[in-house]
Design a protein around this ligand. Structure first.
Ligand code: IPD
Ligand code: CA
Ligand code: CA
Length: 267
């Protein structure tokens, strides 16, 4: 890997350590899958263990920074200007079902701006990283969003709301419309990787509602550092506040916002 900044080095070491444990636990899930109860409790323990590994590593390196983590919530730091935004296991449902598509997501925020980002799938060993102003990378390779200009040739990722989640109706309207406008829709099950895949030019666009900052923070910087665009579902800047996101290259992103608006109006 190219020369890492001190900050990125800390993030990578923490992610590799937590990733090794997650990978071991994922192997165990495959065994537990056949039991009647299934691996649910085991997975929630694996999730918490990964979070505490990340916390311990990062707090050692930056003792005063705050944290926003899925399992432990907000931990206010002495240094109010810096915090980590972490999802220790994004794609829990995949993990629980033995599907090897999940990731650790870590973002570093400085004075409210995303400064550095990492998304790591410990099974494929794909490590997506970005730092503000320095570009985005997959392992050693510099990333650039795909160049497609039309929805008709674009593959678009999304998240489908499930039991316990609201807005099934709204999603169905959007899906019904976009099915007829795009080359394909994908629901892969880990929002951080969906966004990283846009940075890598694998997906042309993405939309989802009901996300949390830890699902999106790292992926957002990966996208902007690979030349992509992001907004909330109304084309505005309130992604964390509203919990929804639309992403892609400049053209596809704005065409998606327009298509989603049209979809909701057509009900
Ligand atoms: C979930 C994944 C999924 C998205 C959900 C998230 P989790 O995170 O990112 O792709 O559709 O909305 O909650 O629960 O696996 O960390
Ligand atoms: Ca998540
Ligand atoms: Ca999670």
């Amino acid at each position: 890997m190219a020369q890492l900044s001190a900050l990125m080095n800390v993030m990578v070491q923490a992610a590799l350590k937590a990733g090794r444990r997650l990978k071991r636990d994922f192997g165990e899930v495959e065994n537990l899958q056949v039991s009647v109860k299934g691996p649910a409790d085991f997975v929630s323990t694996a999730d918490k263990k990964a979070e505490s590994t990340l916390y311990n590593e990062l707090v050692k390196a930056r003792p005063k920074w705050g944290f926003l983590m899925e399992e432990s919530g907000e931990i206010v730091g002495e240094d109010k200007q810096h915090r980590w935004i972490i999802d220790p296991l994004d794609g829990t449902t995949n993990f629980l079902h033995g599907i090897p598509h999940f990731a650790i997501s870590i973002a570093a925020e400085s004075q409210g701006n995303l400064q550095a980002a990492l998304v790591y799938n410990p099974i494929t060993e794909e490590l997506f990283t970005a730092e503000r102003g320095k570009g985005a990378f997959l392992n050693d390779r510099r990333l650039r969003v795909a160049g497609r200009r039309n929805l008709s040739t674009s593959v678009i990722g999304t998240g489908i709301p499930h039991i316990g989640r609201p807005e099934h109706g709204k999603f169905l309207l959007e899906l019904a419309h976009l099915m007829g406008e795009t080359a394909g829709i994908r629901r892969m099950g880990a929002a951080s990787l969906d966004l990283a895949y846009i940075a890598a030019g694998r997906l042309d666009g993405f939309w989802e509602r009901g996300l949390q900052p830890w699902d999106m923070a790292a992926g957002m910087l990966l996208i902007t550092e690979s030349g992509g665009y992001i907004s909330d579902i109304d084309g505005q800047n309130q992604i964390f506040e509203k919990g929804d996101i639309v992403a892609g290259n400049e053209l596809i992103q704005s065409k998606l916002v327009t298509a989603l608006k049209k979809a909701r109006a057509n009900k």
